[in-house]
Design a protein. Structure first.
Length: 113
């Protein structure tokens, strides 16, 4: 992930100090991440995505996809673009449904609801 954070800094044309200030983390924290001393926390990732929503979550974490998310259109924000995960019990009854939205949010529907 360190190499992707460095790529992001280059893409945004920001120094590490300016980037740290923009996402609200201490400069030393970013320095420790960039040097490999510390690994980025979930809070760090959330701050990056909150400040730079165009950055693709999957790219930042795993390196898959592209640096920037595709521009949202009516097609990508429609219900058809949602992914559903259905969890079944042993007797094949549906126990839980999770709907993953393209904006990274999700809803969970349990059988008891």
């Amino acid at each position: 992930m360190v190499s992707r954070i460095k790529s992001l800094l280059e893409n945004l044309q920001l120094s590490p100090s300016a980037f740290a200030d923009s996402i609200g983390v201490q400069r030393s924290s970013l320095s420790h991440i960039l040097s490999g001393r510390n690994k980025p926390s979930l809070d760090f990732v959330i701050k990056v995505l909150h400040q730079y929503p165009e950055v693709d979550l999957y790219w930042l974490i795993t390196g898959t996809n592209d640096l920037k998310q595709p521009q949202k259109t009516a097609e990508t924000t429609s219900p058809a673009s949602k992914e559903m995960i259905v969890q079944r019990t042993g007797n094949n009854d549906i126990e839980r449904i999770v709907v993953l939205n393209t904006d990274g949010t999700f809803q969970t529907y349990n059988k008891s609801q």
